[in-house]
Write a protein that binds this ligand. Structure first.
Ligand code: PRX
Length: 664
């Protein structure tokens, strides 16, 4: 489970309610609960008609659709599938000739604090020019291109340029290792990589291109014809003649005019790899039409984006939040957005607050982990406290990625929002593509730690293992009873896994989210209690325990067996705890420390630094049943540092528990 039992308890017993201000209700696009209920009623009455109306009103179609939802091959749902459009045209071209054309699209603040701004017109020109460069290298509709870029304007340009050509991008977070990159290149069959020579984080220059080279050198990447390198810094990096081009070389002489390629609404806009409970990360495939529609609608509903807003989503483009709420949603909505290269604690932990003041940010969207670490920093250092900055421009705050504990919620509400900004706790997933369950700023009364009510046209339910709905107030598994436009279309190259993972027969053909939830008896508010599978949520990043276990046992000279579980952590939500059996006697003292370090570094190399176990414990064996099954629930208890009170009678080797309770 994602949140600690005490955090869940405090969420479940929370009953403070914060209604929206009258001012917000009056001005908001969805005004009051009447406004929210009216939209829900429209969707209830005519589900397809509701989404069709929005798709016609909010997207520009090069060929209008006549069919809204095709369920004939469910769960492979299709939306608007006889229509054609282009995602980049809907984010950029559509604003030309309107007041948005010369409005700032992106305010980019670099790690060192320097600021660059581009208007929508300038962004369109850059995207078109880069798209022409890709085209000149033979990259075309249907190809896959891997993007391994830092948070920069060029990161967004790379994604938009792919979309412009109907090229399916797959963005890999800059913190993933060469091995992870190579696996994704192979799985996607990518023809090119778009990267940067280096990235700047916290004043440090970190190599990106060299990691791409390492990935390609691992083999299996013969599909790669080109590597495009954005020169983020002036430092040189190795370039392979014939294959590698700098952005400047590739774009030289290219026109800033590149007609967007119309694609079918179901055409895959992107593949984004995410962790599951078993096996390798899966390539979540998203569509063009349905995805874009909900990306835009949620900007308008959840964040009530208005022409003067300055929106800031702090997520990296390597995660789904950075796709929907950096690369596509804000641009589709014609908003001005902030893109930030650096980290929240550099040069000091007041960076976010100073940036909100500097750029007059009005809507700020971040993760509970960031909030918790900034609370800690503010408590120990007055200078990093939000009160040092003028945050009066803010009108709406958002939270994403993990449950927000009421204590962090209250701090965010008081110290950042000055008790007048609603906190929009958005519950969703890589697979859902956009927000699913959250309050609306001018409508929904807020309860700290609750993501409140589903968005209009979204139908969650809480069910038992057989798909039967649980009574309100009783916990169960969160499912969605109806499809939605921005839903995952399939797992790239593995439709069977898609069906088995998300639409298991036992739950009546509903979409299974993999989270536990409770719906409150009195107001129907939904509280998500965390994952019910072997997926961990570390700092809002998804990690599969099996993936980390596989990485550990791949160190064949050292590791015989490994089991990974999560344990609650005040800062990161969950921490990774590995129990390891070595091919040598159980180490103690310095030797144990040294081997633990070696294993952490190994995992960083195999997956990426974000997957490094925080705790590593060694034992002669793992607790197993007589049939050889590892008893993970016991390991979870040990990881928490608690005494085992569960029944251990089925355990083959009870003595092992004592040994594993020692932390190394
Ligand atoms: O467990 C839920 C948690 O994050 C998971 C999805 O992770 P990912 O696909 O990486 O997407 C993160 C960004 C949308 C969910 O299954 N989660 C996400 N948002 C919340 C949340 N848990 C509670 N409250 C949230 N607001």
């Amino acid at each position: 489970m994602s949140a600690s039992p005490s955090a869940i308890q405090s969420i479940l017993t929370e009953n403070r309610v914060f209604p929206p201000s009258q001012e917000m209700v009056k001005a908001a696009r969805v005004s009051g609960m009447e406004g929210y209920h009216a939209l829900c009623a429209e969707a209830d009455k005519d589900f397809e008609g509701f989404w069709a109306r929005l798709a016609r009103e909010h997207l520009v179609w090069s060929k209008p659709f006549t069919r809204t939802l095709d369920s004939s091959e469910a769960p492979f749902y299709k939306w608007f599938d006889d229509g054609e459009l282009n995602a980049s045209a809907n984010c950029l071209d559509r604003h030309m000739g309107t007041p948005v054309e010369h409005k700032t699209a992106i305010i980019f603040e670099a790690d060192d604090g320097s600021v660059t701004k581009v208007t929508y017109r300038e962004l369109l020109d850059r995207v078109s020019q880069f798209a022409n460069a890709l085209k000149a290298h033979g990259i075309q509709k249907g190809d896959r291109v891997l993007v391994y870029m830092p948070m920069t304007i060029e990161g967004v340009v790379a994604m938009q340029a792919c979309a412009r050509l109907g090229v399916t991008h797959s963005v890999v977070f800059g913190g993933f290792s060469a091995k992870s990159l190579q696996e994704r290149i192979v799985d996607a069959g990518a023809v090119a990589v778009i990267t940067a020579n280096y990235q700047m984080r916290g004043g440090k220059e970190m190599a990106l291109k060299a990691i791409v080279d390492d990935a390609i050198a691992m083999g299996g990447c013969e599909t790669i014809r080109n590597v495009f390198v954005y020169e983020r810094t002036s430092s040189a990096c190795p370039m392979t003649a014939g294959r590698d081009k700098t952005f400047a070389q590739a774009m030289a002489g290219q026109s800033t005019d590149c007609p967007p390629v119309p694609v079918n609404a179901e055409h895959p806009l992107y593949i984004l790899y995410t962790s599951g409970s078993t096996g390798k990360p899966k390539g979540v495939q998203h569509s063009t039409g349905g995805y874009l529609l909900q990306s835009k609608m949620t900007m308008l509903w959840s964040f009530d984006i208005q022409p003067d807003d300055v929106f800031w989503c702090t997520a990296d483009i390597g995660w789904v939040t950075g796709h929907t709420y950096v690369a596509y949603g804000p641009l589709a909505a014609g908003a001005t957005e902030i893109v930030f290269e650096g980290i929240p604690t550099y040069p000091d932990a007041g960076r976010f607050w100073q940036m909100i003041e500097r750029h007059k940010c009005t809507v700020f969207y971040t993760a509970p982990t960031a909030i918790r670490s900034l609370i800690k920093a503010a408590e120990s250092n007055e200078a990093a406290h939000p009160k040092q900055s003028d945050l009066s421009s803010l009108r709406i705050l958002g939270s994403v990625g993990e449950p927000i504990n009421p204590e962090a919620w209250m701090w965010y509400y008081r110290n950042v929002g000055n008790e007048h900004c609603p906190i929009i706790d958005t519950y969703w997933q890589t697979e859902t593509g956009s927000h699913m369950i959250n309050p609306l700023p001018g409508a929904t009364p807020l309860v700290p730690g609750s993501c409140a009510l589903p968005l209009p046209g979204i139908y969650p339910a809480i069910v038992d293992e057989t798909g039967n709905e649980m009574p309100d107030g009783t916990g169960g598994m969160l499912v969605y009873k109806k499809p939605w436009p921005s839903m995952i279309r399939t797992i790239w190259g593995d439709p069977e896994r898609f069906k088995k993972t998300y639409f298991p027969e036992e739950v009546k053909g509903y979409y299974l989210a993999g989270d536990g939830a409770v719906r409150a008896k009195d107001n129907g508010y939904i509280r998500v209690t965390g994952r019910i599978d072997d997926v961990l949520n570390v700092s809002g990043h998804r990690m599969g325990t099996m993936e980390i276990e596989s990485a550990l046992v791949a160190k064949t000279d050292l590791v015989a067996e490994a089991a990974v579980v999560g344990r609650p952590d005040d800062l990161t939500g969950e921490a990774i705890c590995a129990f390891v059996v070595l091919k040598r006697p159980v180490p103690v003292g310095d030797e144990a420390k040294q081997i633990a370090k070696e294993l952490r570094d190994w995992v960083a190399k195999e997956i990426g630094p974000i997957a490094k176990p925080k705790d590593i414990r060694f034992g002669e064996n793992l607790p197993k049943t007589r049939s050889g099954k590892i008893m993970r629930r016991l390991l979870r208890t040990l990881a928490k540092g608690e005494k085992i009170t569960q029944d251990t009678s089925t355990l083959e080797n009870p003595a092992i528990l004592d040994q594993l309770s020692q932390n190394n």
